[in-house]
Design a protein around this ligand. Sequence first.
Ligand SMILES: [Zn+2]
Length: 61
Amino acid sequence: MPMDIQVGDILTMKKAHPCGSKEWEVLRIGADFRMKCMGCGHQIMIPRPKAEKGIKKVMRP
Ligand SMILES: [Zn+2]
């Protein structure tokens, strides 16, 4: 089942970023997600299926 994720959501991932933060803000959604690390501001593009597999929790502010 596809996950309900929207731009602006904060994702808690299973694996922490090297900066220690596990939270990412969703900036753009398509075939890839563009996400910004809440700890250090680093931005990544990650294929949607891979992103969804790594999500532990979705928070909607
Ligand atoms: Zn980071």
